[in-house]
Design a protein around this ligand. Sequence first.
Ligand SMILES: NC(=O)c1ccc[n+]([C@@H]2O[C@H](COP(=O)([O-])OP(=O)(O)OC[C@H]3O[C@@H](n4cnc5c(N)ncnc54)[C@H](OP(=O)(O)O)[C@@H]3O)[C@@H](O)[C@H]2O)c1
Length: 244
Amino acid sequence: MDFLGKSILVVGGSSGIGRATSLLLDNLGAKVIATGRTKKHIDETLRLSARIVLGQFNLPYDINELLNWVKEKTDSLNGIVFSQGVIFTEPFETFRDHELESMWKINVESSFKILRDLLPLFKNGGSVVFVSSIDAFFGEREPSSGYALTKSAIIGLTNALAYELGKYKIRVNSILPGLIRTNMTEDFFKSEFDSVREEFLRRVPLGREGSPTEVAKLITFLLSDDASYITGDSIFIDGGYHTA
Ligand SMILES: NC(=O)c1ccc[n+]([C@@H]2O[C@H](COP(=O)([O-])OP(=O)(O)OC[C@H]3O[C@@H](n4cnc5c(N)ncnc54)[C@H](OP(=O)(O)O)[C@@H]3O)[C@@H](O)[C@H]2O)c1
């Protein structure tokens, strides 16, 4: 895969799956423009590659600043990855409105608005990858109704945009990770969750969690010309969890 001369925006590129994707793309020669929210995570990423152009924006509040900043950094894009995300796990009966709204705005609405505004930067086709989740299809032990709502919305958006943006030669896909060890899931790896985690992993045919780099490889493939006939797809990367 060759990304020389290509510019890719990674929203949520300061940590976890987005960071691994930014680093891999950087390694493959892309100009990587990435965003994060936490200065510490941004600095950690920059220490791994100072070539990545990283900006700090707190979505959804800083969305206009983010859009202007991206346009200052580049006048064309070949791809966008939407890896930003948060999770609140409350029982449905007591799910708090502000958490539902926050998740919706960060996980879904921000992606919608960023892509809509930056669409003119796709001058010669391109590829968009949304990071959904197995939670879009499967109930978990953890209460996840609000998170599932945001992650399944991404699948519908992927299908609709694949159709609408095909005329611009823009491919749109989403990926559905299972359990990947990142800042988001770090608590799940604490000893107090040993039994819950082991039970989850018993339902994973490969018997282990995934790494951010494994997910980054799939995202990078979907961004590349090697995936030139793949659009409107939602691909599991979950060690086979979806078969169980
Ligand atoms: N890890 C898993 O098991 C798993 C499974 C399925 C799906 N996913 C999805 O994968 C995506 C990446 O998550 P991850 O596991 O890599 O977690 P992560 O390490 O916490 O990364 C999340 C990214 O989103 C950014 N972000 C969060 N809230 C933001 C906000 N309000 N404004 C701007 N940026 C914000 C974070 O920025 P900072 O770090 O700088 O704050 C970070 O770059 C998410 O959409 C998540 O839902 C993860």
